[in-house]
Write a protein that binds this ligand. Structure first.
Ligand code: SF4
Length: 473
């Protein structure tokens, strides 16, 4: 090691002269009509759906109408698809219904945004309406609760994993059900393939969660999720928000809702709910605590002129909205689509916060991508817009390691598809493995995953390589 005496003293630098460049270049001007992120879908697009052809704007923008007319169950599906999709497609969906871990629930708004000329490849259909023909074989390492939320929950519906943050699940319903839901172990009604853990609305259970939060002075940040905070009654929004803000050590709360992406008209027509959120946010400002909304847009087609009206309303009320996207095959796994999504979020004043690698949940393997896809898209997107509007691409480490920046793996074997992460501030000393989906691997690697001994060997090899990598630092 160099001692202070033998560190060389720098020579006095010669004076640098700043000179103007020999030639100045300007970026070529852009045709404003080519700025696709500003072109949001408007007009009465829902009238293109035969079942909604006579629905007025007033009705369509009423959240109660949206809820009442949501697609929920086979009969409604058949009614809405009548005259829209070929019989073979409808049959494919009906078979998909019985194989899905999540119940199906889709708002008329979302249903109208699907391209019914090509529903099989539509990114919105892909996320919400299962079709049997697209399902692929599960990776053998998948589980229902891949993030171990229940194991890290001291009280039912309260996951305390990070030092200063907890996830509070006050209910188990949502305005729509997403095929890819990481909480398919609990959210929505039972399906043919999953019997759910119950997290019903229960002020008694909530009080147990609040008591735990009060007893833990290190907790500063509470995510109120679910289910979906959109489905909480306005009086519950206010009661939960004010209760948490009254706990001295709580500094930040966030209401997590996918609502803005799937039913933005609630912000425009449910005054009591919006006013309740606003009152909590205003009270938060008075006591110098942050109250935000975290939402969940996944594809640029989900951002319309109606979304813009809703996000503008929240912006006018001083409520920050951040977005968390899930990377999904056929939805947003192209570089251009993700860039357009990020730019469009900025256009409607939503901060692009995270892009998650799809969790390793069972039954929706067709939606997962390799980690490499994530890394490539991140490289492409970074630099497209301001850094504060650029999402961080993360892997939520399976087994409860928490969110890890996708590039921060200790080891990634692209042949076997095994990546290994560590989480020194969450679970020191532990390693966490993520597995690329089988459909992204070579035939040889796919065959190896079918063999229990080889499977174990691939995991052990990856963990050893990760430990060696750590030892070299
Ligand atoms: S809205 Fe959220 S909690 Fe509800 S189904 Fe979708 S991903 Fe799951």
């Amino acid at each position: 090691m160099a001692s202070a005496e033998n560190v060389p003293t720098p020579e006095k630098p010669t004076k640098a002269h700043a000179a103007p460049p020999a030639e100045r270049t300007a970026r070529p001007p852009v045709d404003a009509s080519a700025l696709e992120h500003r072109n949001l879908r408007g007009g009465e697009f829902w009238r293109e759906i035969p079942a909604f052809a006579n629905v007025s704007e007033e009705e369509f923008l009423d959240y109660k109408w949206q809820m009442k007319n949501s697609l929920y169950g086979e009969d409604k599906l058949l009614e809405l698809m009548d005259g829209l999709a070929p019989k073979a497609f409808v049959d494919d969906v009906l078979r998909g219904f019985h194989l899905a871990p999540m119940a199906v629930r889709v708002t008329p708004y979302l249903f109208s945004l699907i391209d019914w000329n090509d529903p099989l490849h539509d990114p919105i259909r892909t996320q919400f309406i299962p079709v049997a023909s697209r399902l692929t074989m599960d990776h053998p390492m998948l589980t229902l609760d891949s993030l171990h939320e229940q194991a890290d929950a001291p009280v039912a519906g309260l996951t305390h994993r990070y030092h200063d943050k907890a996830l509070f699940l006050p209910l188990d319903t949502c305005p729509v059900y997403c095929r890819f839901c990481t909480r398919s172990y609990a959210i929505g009604v039972d399906t043919d393939v999953v019997e759910k853990v119950s997290l019903k609305v229960s002020p008694k259970r909530w009080e147990e969660a609040f008591a735990y939060i009060e007893s833990r002075p290190e907790l500063e940040d509470i995510v109120i999720s679910g289910g979906d905070a959109y489905n909480l009654a306005f009086k519950h929004i206010e009661a939960i928000g004010m209760r948490l803000l009254a706990i001295p050590h709580i500094r930040r709360i966030r209401f997590a809702t996918k609502g803005l992406a799937v039913m933005p008209m609630k912000i425009l027509s449910d005054e009591r709910w919006l006013d309740a959120v606003t009152r909590v946010a205003e009270h938060g400002r008075k006591v110098h605590k942050q109250v935000c909304i975290h939402t969940h847009f996944n594809n640029p087609n989900e951002i319309t002129e109606i979304s813009r009206r809703a996000t503008n309303t929240l912006f006018e009320r001083g409520i920050t909205v951040r977005n968390q996207t899930v990377l999904q095959r056929g939805v947003n796994d192209s570089q251009e689509t993700m860039r357009l999504l990020v730019k469009r979020l900025g256009e409607v004043n939503v901060e692009a916060y995270y892009v998650y690698q799809h969790d390793m949940v069972q039954g929706v393997e067709d939606l997962r991508t390799s980690l490499q896809t994530n890394l490539d898209i991140e490289k492409f997107v970074r630099g497209s817009t301001a850094g504060f509007n650029t999402p961080t691409f993360v892997v939520d480490a399976p087994g409860g390691g928490g969110k890890r920046e996708a590039h921060s793996y200790e080891h990634y074997d692209r042949e076997t598809g095994v990546s290994v992460y560590s989480a020194p501030s969450v679970k020191p000393g532990q390693l966490f493995t993520y597995f690329d989906p089988l459909h992204s691997l070579s035939d040889a690697a796919r065959a190896d995953w079918k063999d229990a001994d080889k499977r174990e060997q691939m995991v052990q090899d990856a963990l050893l390589a990760a430990r060696n990598h750590q030892g070299q630092r």
